[in-house]
Ligand binder design. Structure first.
Ligand SMILES: Nc1ncnc2c1ncn2[C@@H]1O[C@H](COP(=O)(O)OP(=O)(O)OP(=O)(O)O)[C@@H](O)[C@H]1O
Ligand SMILES: [Mg+2]
Length: 234
């Protein structure tokens, strides 16, 4: 499908992000423009400190723009209050991080179910069934009762991906999802993300690793607060 025919999820126009004031002011993003369509697998690359996480935080409603406009599913994000932003975030975004951020005092199923609990899903049986479904999807159904500490890094990241998927979000946000994994395990996680993208899931991912760009359908390279889009490799 052509990009123009797919639904636009996100539109950022002339977005600037500054931290600090006066002499301490840092301009991290300079009037950038970004449109994300359903089905994109967008990778954001750039050296350390170039603003990749800052951009992800703004996309995921975790930080505010300094200037510019952000519209999400046609709604102006600046007009939403914190409650509304939290509920949109919980419903439409699934987050995956380099350090997994699983809760060690909960078992695998309980970790995966967390977004459903936040969303108010009270039926335990439904939650467990959903956890089973998504743990199967990420290839580790047998770990459903395991303690998170008993899992390998790659298995922990699969649990985190199942947790990110369980609410059936529109977007998966992944900041260096393979950063803490050895390269073979990382390739396993990337294959899973590519499979999810082929099934239609929209993914925005940050990486340092040029070798991973082959998985993207779009690539944005950040540099000095601006970015350029490059053709995808695949
Ligand atoms: N809350 C904050 N307050 C002040 N400055 C910040 C804040 N968050 C980020 N910055 C600055 O913004 C710039 C971009 O940081 P960011 O974390 O987005 O970089 P990054 O591209 O994700 O880097 P890395 O690859 O190391 O994760 C850095 O100069 C950082 O010091
Ligand atoms: Mg970062």
């Amino acid at each position: 499908m052509e990009a123009t025919k797919r639904r636009s999820l996100i539109q950022m126009k002339d977005v600037t992000k500054k931290f600090g004031k006066g002499e301490l002011e840092t301009v991290v993003l300079k009037e950038v423009n970004l449109t994300i369509h359903e089905g994109d697998f967008l990778m954001i690359v750039g050296k350390s400190g170039s603003g990749k996480t800052t951009l992800m935080n703004m996309i995921g409603f975790l930080d505010r723009l300094t200037t510019g406009t952000y519209s999400f599913l046609g709604e102006d994000v600046s007009l939403l209050n914190e409650n509304k932003k939290s509920s949109i975030r919980n419903k439409h975004f699934g987050f995956i991080f380099q350090q997994f951020f699983l809760i060690d005092s909960l078992n695998v199923a309980q970790n995966v179910e967390l977004p459903l609990i936040y969303a108010g899903e009270v039926n335990k049986k439904d939650r467990l069934e959903a956890a089973e479904k998504y743990l199967s999807l990420v290839g580790i159904p047998e770990k459903i009762k395991a303690k998170t500490k008993e899992l390998s890094g790659g298995q922990q990241q699969r649990v985190a991906i199942a947790r990110a998927l369980i609410n059936e979000p529109l977007l998966i946000m992944a900041d260096e999802p393979t950063g803490a994994l050895d390269s073979d395990t990382g390739i396993g996680v990337m294959s899973l993300l590519r499979e999810l993208n082929k099934q239609g899931k929209t993914i925005i991912m940050v990486t340092h690793d040029e070798d991973l760009l082959q998985y993207a359908t779009r690539i944005i390279r950040m540099h000095d607060g601006s970015f350029v889009e490059e053709g995808a490799v695949r």
